[in-house]
Design a protein around this ligand. Structure first.
Ligand code: SF4
Length: 240
């Protein structure tokens, strides 16, 4: 069911008193509502990590592990001063990288990974960041989520990177039982059309940061849950 149609359907259903008020939405309807609502709130979601090309995006995403995008964006200008391409970064002593990226945390592991992946890009990929999951996910410090961000944001390839925000909100909105991020990614990919994945994962992140934080919520405070669970009158324990 396309989403413009679903929004019209919801308002008609409501008009006939058959809609959301009288019953909770199905998972598919919740997905449809979330997609329309987040598309309305964040029509052109910007990429949160500052970068100038696929290499600086890859390094910035690697640095964002267990760190905020704000802190990464404060740290990377000094790193790019040192080197902003794999050819130069491959020649930089790890200690120099580490000294700059220390504010992002896990600096021993991250600095080694940045230097080593830069050498692999030079030795095996002609200095280019590969545009496929297979080659990306074997690079040091690069897992499936990082590879998904690069494929989606640097190469426009449909992907649904699941970070803590997306994992949390997808559970709160009943879009997945989310035992783990792999399960959540599978459920979201099954629920939303491929054409929406790249924008939607950013839109969910922005909503999570702005409204639906990890600090917990009783599931009644904002319009999204009120629409998804119209019969929810009392607070519920939401997932962290
Ligand atoms: S009501 Fe709470 S849990 Fe539901 S979307 Fe809003 S902030 Fe998130």
């Amino acid at each position: 069911m396309n989403f413009q149609l679903s929004e019209r359907v919801f308002s008609v259903l409501r008009g006939l008193g058959l809609g959301a008020e009288s019953r909770d939405m199905t998972k598919k309807e919740r997905g449809a509502f979330v997609d329309v609502e987040l598309g309305r709130r964040y029509p052109n979601p910007p990429i949160p990590l500052d970068h100038s090309d696929s290499y600086t995006l890859l390094v910035a995403v690697l640095l964002s592990a267990q760190c905020t995008d704000v802190r990464v964006n404060k740290t990377t200008p000094a790193l790019w001063e040192l080197a902003d391409n794999p050819a130069e970064m491959a020649e930089v002593p790890v200690e120099e990288i580490r000294a700059i990226i220390r504010p992002c945390g896990l600096s021993p592991r991250k600095s080694q990974a940045i230097r080593d992946l830069s050498r692999i890009l030079m030795d095996e990929h002609g200095g280019e960041v590969p545009g496929n999951f297979e080659d990306l996910e074997v690079l040091p410090g690069v897992g499936h989520k990082t590879a998904s961000v690069v494929m989606s944001q640097a190469y426009g390839h449909p992907a649904f990177p699941v970070d803590t925000h997306i994992h949390r909100l997808a559970q709160r909105w009943g879009l997945t039982n989310g035992k783990n991020v792999e399960q959540t990614e599978r459920d979201l990919k099954a629920l939303f059309p491929k054409s929406r994945w790249n924008a939607l994962h950013l839109q969910i992140i922005f909503y999570g940061r702005e409204h639906c934080t990890a600090r917990g919520c009783d599931g009644t405070v904002c319009p999204i849950c009120r629409e998804l669970y119209p019969r929810r009158k009392s607070p519920v324990k939401t997932r962290k």
